[in-house]
Design a protein around this ligand. Sequence first.
Ligand SMILES: [Zn+2]
Length: 143
Amino acid sequence: MRRELAAIGSYPAARFCPETGRIRSGLLTDASRSTSRALLRRGLVVIDPAGGSVRLSLRARLAMIADEHRTETTVPTGYLEDAAGARRSDKRGRLMYDRSSFALCACGWRGAGADREEARSAARRHRVEFVTAVLREQFGTGA
Ligand SMILES: [Zn+2]
């Protein structure tokens, strides 16, 4: 069903064919009758009653963003150690500690933070960017 959803989302001419009960999704074969029915029943696609064109619902688009942009942050290194495992000190004799963390997204995006909270914030901003774009498209630029 994911494959069909992605296809419908990127195929502006997607439409519902009442004779076959299938959605033309732009893939080589139409979505099966049962998949088409499931997409409609779950509210993942919406049919324009006038022309029969099919588009993804807001619910489906938000779910796809959540799926495509799963993020995580890396554990900071902490105390830096030399090859023998002893903690390293700087020139002044202070122990060297690394709090930095990276934010990683399933889409391939990478962000960095001076600490883990900063990396989490970067990941949040990354996800919000996509959600905001979808909401703007759905409800206009005032949203
Ligand atoms: Zn992402």
